[in-house]
Design a protein around this ligand. Structure first.
Ligand code: HEM
Length: 306
């Protein structure tokens, strides 16, 4: 029986997200084996040092890196390079990434130390192309002021919707990881009245309660992102912000048993349902990245570790 990585955990208070791209003329296999050993070490250490709050690191691998590293074939069934989704008004861009690290801790210090340790192993063979420091904003709100994560699966549903089962037995307890770094136009969003903001999401801002179906707009975020009770994903979004560069955003991150579920949500949001009825949230939020990775089981990582 394989063990999963910590993909079913809740968001935590502090996060660092890293995307790494292998340099063109190097052989990255040896460094990759060492980083697998490091990830195993960091997770064991995090559990021992912070048994209550946890300090974890989930590593995921992109399609091209999987091939370049000579990892097993056939590949996980739905692992591919994410293709852009082009709607009439808004598009989900596709960007490259070989390795993704999702680092969580109760404070920034442990997250920074884990990032430094990973950098030490990888920096000769790869470049870090994204580093986003996410934080818990008040009572779990996105930087737009609405609670983010409420309708996530809980309990046994997290296993059912978050981890691969016997449908792809070689990759059991792995998970598809999809990420997008969104920048918000906060000035435009804040110029809306609270009632107008609520119609963007389809939920009431203060109470975090869903609008009744007869009031919820068809182009609200939750009307389009909800693709049915049997098709769910685990969202671990974190806000980030930098006043000096005026970059306030959401790092959207989802673990899923099937990437096709995430794709269906993205199609609804960007193309619209019916086409043209796109997600109003996109008028205030622009993705700068979009990459699909695969987070194999912890057992898989341990077998590769050198
Ligand atoms: C719900 C924020 C992007 C999928 C929500 C909610 C908020 C939110 C505040 C309502 C509370 C909740 O249930 O979590 C955001 C922000 C985004 C973003 C700030 C980026 C700017 C996305 C994307 C997807 C997605 C890209 C899918 C690919 C969902 C789903 C729900 C949801 C499935 C629950 C719908 C329901 O069943 O009610 N999001 N979201 N979100 N979001 Fe997003």
């Amino acid at each position: 029986m394989t063990a999963s990585q910590n993909v079913l955990d809740y968001q935590g208070n502090n996060t660092i997200f890293l995307v790494w791209l292998f340099k063109p003329q190097v052989e990255p296999k040896e460094a990759f084996m060492r980083v697998c050993a490091l990830v195993e070490n960091l997770n064991n250490s995090g559990q021992t040092r912070f048994p209550d709050s946890g300090a974890t690191c989930v590593m995921a691998i992109g399609h091209d890196a999987w091939l370049r590293l000579g990892l097993p074939k056939p590949l996980p069934k739905e692992l591919e390079n994410f293709q852009p989704i082009v709607g009439a008004k808004h598009s989900a861009v596709a960007t490259t990434g070989d390795l993704h690290f999702h680092i969580k801790g109760s404070g920034p210090a442990i997250c920074l130390d884990m990032t430094a340790a990973i950098t030490e192993v990888l920096s000769t063979v790869a470049d870090c192309t994204e580093e986003v420091h996410g934080f818990r904003y008040w009572d779990g709100r996105s930087i737009l002021g609405f609670v983010d994560g409420t309708e996530n699966p809980h309990g046994k549903e997290r296993v059912e919707f978050g981890l691969i089962g016997e449908e792809d037995a070689a990759y059991e307890n792995g998970s598809y990881l999809f990420v997008q770094k969104y920048i918000h136009n906060l000035t435009a969003f804040k110029s809306l009245t609270v009632e107008e903001q609520e119609r963007v999401f389809g939920r009431y801002k203060m109470s975090d309660i869903e609008m009744p179906d007869n009031i919820k707009p068809a182009n609200s975020h939750i009307a389009l992102a909800n693709v049915g009770d049997d098709l769910k994903i685990i969202r671990d979004n974190m806000p980030f912000g930098n006043m000096a560069t005026n970059e306030m955003g959401t790092y959207f991150i989802a673990y899923a048993r099937t990437f096709s579920t995430v794709k269906k949500m993205l199609d609804n949001m960007f193309v619209g349902l019916p086409p043209g009825n796109y997600d109003r949230l996109l008028d205030f939020s622009t993705p700068q990245t979009g990459t699909l990775f695969f987070a194999p089981s912890a057992t898989f990582i341990s077998a590769v570790a050198a």
